[in-house]
Write a protein that binds this ligand. Structure first.
Ligand SMILES: Cc1cc2nc3c(=O)[nH]c(=O)nc-3n(C[C@H](O)[C@H](O)[C@H](O)COP(=O)(O)OP(=O)(O)OC[C@H]3O[C@@H](n4cnc5c(N)ncnc54)[C@H](O)[C@@H]3O)c2cc1C
Length: 405
C-alpha cells in the first residue's frame, strides 16, 4: 500500500498518508459491504481493521434468509457456497418448555427453489474473511492490524482518522469521508458521542461451541427459559454454536470462570439438556455485553455509521448481519449521491438516516416488542401458542421481507 500514496513525515513522529475518498473503520460485514459497493464505483477507499483476517467474532453465526440476496449483489455468494455452509430450513422456538413452533423459510420464500439460497449457518471466522477478500478484489486499499484511536476534524467536518499502525507508528490518514463500521464500540460513534444505552435493557451474551453432537438438525433453535434464552445453531454434522443471553446483573459481580454459570443456565432447560446430551463444550467461553444501545443519529458532517455501530438491541431475531450488509449498501448509495452533489454536510447525509429507518422500521419494532415478550412467561407462552396455531401474529412477528422473485 505504501507505494500507492505519498508518505510525509509530519511533526511529532506522526506520519501522514495520502488522501482517500472514504476511510472505513472496521472490516466486519458492514465495513466490507460498504467498501465493496464503493470500490466498485471507483472510489478511492481505505478499509482498516484493528484485527487481522481471519478473526473470531462472538455471534450465533446464523445467516437469515434475506442475506443471500445481498451476498449475491456483493458478488460473494459463490465463495460462500464453496465453503458448504450448514443449510437451515427455518427456526424452532420453544417457550418455557411449554409451547413451541417452527418458522420454515420455504413458507416465506416460496419462489426460491434452490434451498442453498435460504438461511445458513457459518463460522464468522470464515464468513467475514470472505467478505473482506471480496472487498479487496474491487481494488480498494486495506490495512489490517490498524487501530483507529481518534478522528481528524477540519471545523466540524470529519476529514480522516488517527491510529496506531501494526509497527507501533502513529499514523494520520486523510479522507473526504469516514464510515464508522467498528461495531458496538465503534470509535467514530464514540468520538461523536452518538451512542446511548437502554436503561431498561441490560443483557449480556455468553457463547461457545459444542462438539460430538448427535443430532444437529436443520433448524436454528431458540429456547426461552430462565435465566434468559439460549440459541443453538448447527455448524456441521457434529458441531453447534451455543449461546445464552442473560441479565447483565446476574454475571456482573461474579468472579472467576463463568463456565459453570453458563452450563448450569443452559441445563436448567430439560429440552436443552436432552439436545446437548453427550456433547462436549469446545474452546473458550466468550462473552459480550451490555448488548443493547442505539445511535442518536447515524450521519455527521463527513461521516456515516453502518452495521452495529448504528445500534443493536438483541440477537434473538438473528438480524444483525443482514442489517450490517444492507445498511452498508444503503450508505454506499448515499455517499455516492453526496460526492456527486459535492455536499458532505450532515444535512445532506441525513437522507441515510431516513432511508435506514424506513427500511428497518418493522425489524426494529419486532426487536423491541420481543424484549417485552421474552421475559414474561405468560406472554411468551401466549405468543408461542398463537404462532403454533398459525395466527395473524405470524405476519407481524416475522422480520423477513420475502423477495418478489
Ligand atoms: C451473542 C450474539 C449473537 C449474535 N448472533 C447473530 C446471528 O446469529 N445472526 C446475525 O445476523 N447476527 C447476530 N448477531 C449480531 C451480529 O454479530 C452483528 O450484528 C454483526 O457482527 C455486525 O457487523 P458489523 O460489521 O457492524 O460489526 P462487527 O462484526 O463487530 O465488525 C466490526 C469490526 O470493526 C473492527 N474495529 C472495531 N474498533 C476498531 C478500531 N478502533 N479500529 C479499527 N478497527 C476496529 C473490529 O475488529 C471488527 O472487525 C449476534 C450478536 C451477538 C452479540
Amino acid at each position: 500500500m505504501e507505494s500507492c500514496f505519498i508518505r510525509d513525515i509530519a511533526g511529532e513522529g506522526v506520519e501522514v498518508w495520502g488522501m482517500f475518498d472514504v476511510i472505513i473503520v472496521g472490516a466486519g460485514p458492514a465495513g466490507s459491504a460498504t467498501a465493496t459497493f464503493l470500490g466498485r464505483r471507483g472510489y478511492r477507499v481505505l478499509l482498516v481493521d484493528k484485527a487481522r483476517f481471519p478473526r473470531e467474532k462472538v455471534c450465533g453465526e446464523f445467516m437469515s434468509p434475506e442475506i443471500p440476496e445481498v451476498l449475491d449483489r456483493l458478488g460473494a455468494l459463490p465463495a460462500i457456497r464453496e465453503k458448504k455452509p450448514w443449510e437451515t430450513q427455518g427456526i424452532f422456538i420453544s417457550s418455557y418448555q411449554k409451547f413451541h413452533f417452527k418458522l420454515d423459510f420455504s413458507t416465506y420464500f416460496p419462489h426460491r427453489e434452490d434451498t442453498s439460497t435460504l438461511g445458513f449457518n457459518m463460522p464468522r471466522f470464515l464468513f467475514d474473511e470472505i467478505l473482506f477478500r471480496n472487498a479487496q478484489a474491487t481494488g480498494i486499499e486495506t490495512l489490517e492490524g490498524f487501530k483507529v484511536t481518534d478522528l481528524i476534524f477540519q471545523g466540524d467536518q470529519i476529514c480522516g482518522v488517527r491510529g496506531i499502525h501494526p509497527t507501533g507508528d502513529k499514523l494520520e490518514l486523510r479522507s473526504r469521508m469516514v464510515i464508522g463500521a467498528g461495531g458496538r464500540n465503534c470509535i467514530v460513534a464514540k468520538r461523536l458521542h452518538l451512542h446511548r444505552g437502554y436503561w431498561w435493557l441490560k443483557k449480556v451474551a455468553l457463547m461457545t461451541y459444542f462438539k460430538e453432537v448427535h443430532d444437529p438438525r436443520k433448524y436454528v433453535e431458540m429456547y426461552i427459559h430462565p435465566p434468559g434464552y439460549c440459541g443453538i445453531a448447527p455448524l456441521g454434522e457434529d458441531r453447534l454454536n451455543v449461546s445464552l443471553v442473560v441479565d447483565w446483573g446476574a454475571i456482573q459481580n461474579r468472579r472467576g470462570d463463568l463456565r459453570d454459570y453458563f452450563l448450569e443456565g443452559l441445563f436448567r432447560n430439560r429440552l436443552v439438556r436432552e439436545k446437548l446430551a453427550g456433547a462436549q463444550p469446545e474452546g473458550h467461553l466468550k462473552g459480550v455485553g451490555p448488548l443493547a444501545f442505539k445511535a442518536k443519529r447515524c450521519s455527521w458532517d463527513g461521516a456515516l455509521l453502518v452495521g452495529d455501530s448504528a445500534g443493536f438491541i438483541d440477537p434473538f431475531t438473528g438480524e444483525g448481519i443482514y442489517h450490517a450488509l444492507r445498511s452498508g449498501e444503503l450508505a454506499a448509495e448515499v455517499v455516492h449521491e453526496a460526492f456527486k452533489a459535492g455536499n458532505l454536510s450532515k444535512e445532506f447525509l441525513q437522507s441515510y438516516d431516513r432511508t435506514r429507518i424506513q427500511e428497518f422500521r418493522k425489524k426494529f419494532r419486532i426487536c423491541h416488542a420481543l424484549q417485552h415478550i421474552l421475559y414474561r412467561p405468560w406472554l411468551a407462552n401466549f405468543v408461542a401458542r398463537s404462532m403454533a396455531r398459525d395466527s395473524i401474529l405470524k405476519k407481524w412477528l416475522i422480520p423477513w421481507k420475502p423477495s418478489e422473485d
